[in-house]
Design a protein around this ligand. Sequence first.
Ligand code: NAI
Length: 336
Amino acid sequence: MHVVVFSTKPYDRQFLEAANAGDGGRHRLVFLEARLSAETAGLAKGAEAVCAFVNDHVDAPVLEAFAGMGIRLLALRSAGFNNVDLVAARRLGLTVARVPAYSPESVAEHTVAMMLSLNRRIHRAYNRVREGNFALDGLLGFDMHGRTVGVVGTGRIGLAVARIMRGFGCTVVAHDPVPSEGGLAMGLDYLSMEDLLARSDIVTLHCPLTPATRHLIDAAAVARMRRGAMLVNTSRGAIVDTRAAIAGLKSGQVGLLGLDVYEEEADLFFEDLSDQMLQDDIFARLLTFPNVLVTAHQAFFTTEALTAIAETTIANITSFAETGRATHEVSTEKLA
Ligand code: NAI
């Protein structure tokens, strides 16, 4: 198939070309650096499929443009699909495919890296030592052992986090409207969201972004957390109301905050903006707190995960080319 790949970074090209070669090089991949939007959708002219990533905005006008050009497949190289208007895709007869599971450990391990860094202030210690400051004031942490970790969303990533935290000797509690088999098999203690927030020393978010989870962590949720607790979000930015988190940081209600995702990350993440003035005042405020650690949506960024993402994306495209069905389609059956 002729596939146009949007938002291409050098690593995307490297891993997708390798996966395509491994599949006999049967697809013609055209790599574009441009992010997908109504303005750039026309660049896909002539293609049969489009490959997009998390901050590509695949709304109705974009999908209508694709349908008008004869594109039939949108192959997402991500697990989340909150950036796609699925109702429009269904109406236009476009198939949407994704990569449901690629190394949940990649995200889980990054989540735990954030927890440990925040707890032991590694991000501050690193800078201090380089400046010849070997004082320990302000770097006081706590033993993870014996603490309670609340895992919100016990799918593949949440369960991987739960397993690791148990290894640290933590008590793991969970919240999920559909407790997973794996979670029940592990004997996880499933609680209401309110109880999880009240009991956890560390709250970590692993649910998808849906209308029901948008601002799941709002001012009321922050108020229910244990005073000084840690909050980590490696899921999707809009699950946390950033203003509420900032208010919680200012009052001391939120003790430590780790973010790999941010509500308005589409204008920032994945780009080198170091020569530009930061325009997002809320994000700028976040960066002023010593107890906040932000990474730019890098939790998935391991060799294993990129290999799996590329191979599943190529498998989706190959399957669609051969059978008219992608291996991992996003179901649109329940949509209005
Ligand atoms: P999954 O589909 O295996 O599990 C998601 C779980 O969340 C399910 O058990 C579901 O029942 C639960 N859930 C749904 N609504 C909920 C709610 N209101 N409260 C609590 N739980 C709820 O998904 P997986 O693979 O574990 O990924 C989770 C999320 O992580 C993805 O949706 C994606 O947004 C994010 N992600 C972030 C990455 C990063 O690089 N930062 C990379 C990959 C995924």
